[in-house]
Design a protein around this ligand. Structure first.
Ligand SMILES: O=C(O)CCC(=O)C(=O)O
Length: 285
C-alpha cells in the first residue's frame, strides 16, 4: 500500500471547500468513498467474529446492552453492538485504517506522521440497535494522550438515516472545548458517559448512503439514535492521532490503548499485529 505523504501523490487530499467546512463545522462528508464489495469484506469478517468463526478477544466485544441484560432476546449479529481495536487483529481492517482514501485528508489536518487509535465496528441491529449519547471522543482520548486534535472517520457500511439511527452532530461544537461528561442512566450506563449541556435541538442528522465517510474533529459533539427500522445500520469507525502526541502513562502501569502505525516517517511506534488462526492476543484494554 502506498503510504507516501508527498502532497503530489495525495490523490484524496482535503479540498479548499472541505477545509473551510472543517474549520467552521468540525466535520465534512464524502460520498462513494468505498464500494459495496469493499465494505462487504469488512462486514463478512465482523459477522464471522460475531459468530465465533474468527478468534477475537472477548473483552473487545460488546453485546447489545438490552440482550446482555436479558431485556430482549436476540442471537448472532442481532445480539451484537460493537467490537473494538479490530485493526489490531484483522489485516483487512488494518488495511482499511491505512487506506489513503481515509488518511490523505487527515495528513492535511494532523500532519504526515499518523498513528491509529481505536478502530471499532458497530452493528446496530434492526429494531433493537442502541444509539450513543451525546459525547466528544476527545473526552476519552484526553485521558490517554496530550495533543491538540485527533480525527475520527465514520464509514457507512449501510445507508444511515433517521429511522435506522444515523449520526447526529452539533456543527461548530468542536470550537468550544471539552464539556463535562457525566454518568449515563439506563442499560448502557457502563459503556458511555454523556456530555452535559449538549442540546438535542442543536443536533443535525447526518444521513448518508453506504460507502460514505464522515471525517470529524474528535471535539465535535455527536450522538446517534436507536435503530427503529427493520434494517441494520453498520459502520466502521477509525480514529487517528499525530505520531507526535504524548502518551499519558496509566497510573497502574498497565498498557495504554494501542496505537498503530498508519503512515509517515515515524516508525518508533510502529506496531505490526500478528495475524493467523492462533492469535497471541495482546493485553490491551
Ligand atoms: O455509529 C454510531 O452510532 C455512533 C458512533 C460514535 O458515536 C462513535 O464512534 O464515537
Amino acid at each position: 500500500m502506498d503510504t507516501s505523504t508527498s502532497p503530489l501523490k495525495r490523490k484524496f487530499a482535503l479540498t479548499p471547500a472541505e477545509q473551510s467546512t472543517w474549520e467552521e463545522s468540525g466535520y465534512f462528508v464524502r460520498f462513494n468513498v468505498f464500494s459495496k464489495e469493499e465494505n462487504d469484506v469488512l462486514r463478512h469478517i465482523a459477522d464471522d467474529i460475531a459468530a465465533g468463526k474468527r478468534p477475537f478477544p472477548t473483552r473487545n466485544i460488546d453485546q447489545n446492552a438490552l440482550v446482555r441484560d436479558g431485556k430482549v432476546e436476540a442471537s448472532g449479529v442481532h445480539a451484537m453492538h460493537k467490537i473494538h481495536h479490530i485493526s489490531c487483529y484483522c489485516s483487512e481492517f488494518l488495511a482499511r485504517v491505512r487506506d489513503p482514501r481515509l488518511t490523505d485528508p487527515i495528513v492535511d489536518l494532523l500532519g504526515p506522521d499518523l498513528l491509529g487509535l481505536n478502530n471499532l465496528y458497530i452493528w446496530k441491529a434492526p429494531q433493537i440497535g442502541l444509539g450513543f449519547p451525546w459525547h466528544q471522543d476527545k473526552w476519552y482520548f484526553n485521558h490517554q494522550y496530550i495533543t491538540e486534535m485527533t480525527v475520527g472517520t465514520w464509514t457507512a457500511i449501510d445507508a444511515a438515516d433517521i429511522d435506522n439511527g444515523c449520526l447526529y452532530v452539533i456543527p461548530g461544537s468542536h470550537k468550544y472545548g471539552i464539556l463535562e461528561h457525566a454518568d449515563l442512566e439506563g442499560s448502557q450506563q457502563n459503556e458511555f458517559k454523556i456530555a452535559r449541556d449538549a442540546k438535542d435541538e442543536d443536533g443535525v442528522a447526518v444521513e448518508v448512503p453506504p460507502g460514505s465517510v464522515v471525517w470529524f474533529n474528535n471535539q465535535l459533539l455527536h450522538k446517534s439514535t436507536d435503530n427503529h427500522s427493520l434494517r441494520f445500520r453498520r459502520c466502521n469507525v477509525a480514529h487517528y492521532i499525530s505520531a507526535n502526541a504524548e502518551r499519558i502513562p496509566k497510573k497502574d502501569g498497565a498498557n495504554v490503548r494501542p496505537v498503530m502505525w498508519v503512515r509517515g516517517d515515524t516508525y518508533s511506534e510502529k506496531m505490526e499485529p500478528v495475524y493467523g488462526d492462533v492469535l497471541p492476543i495482546p493485553d490491551f484494554d
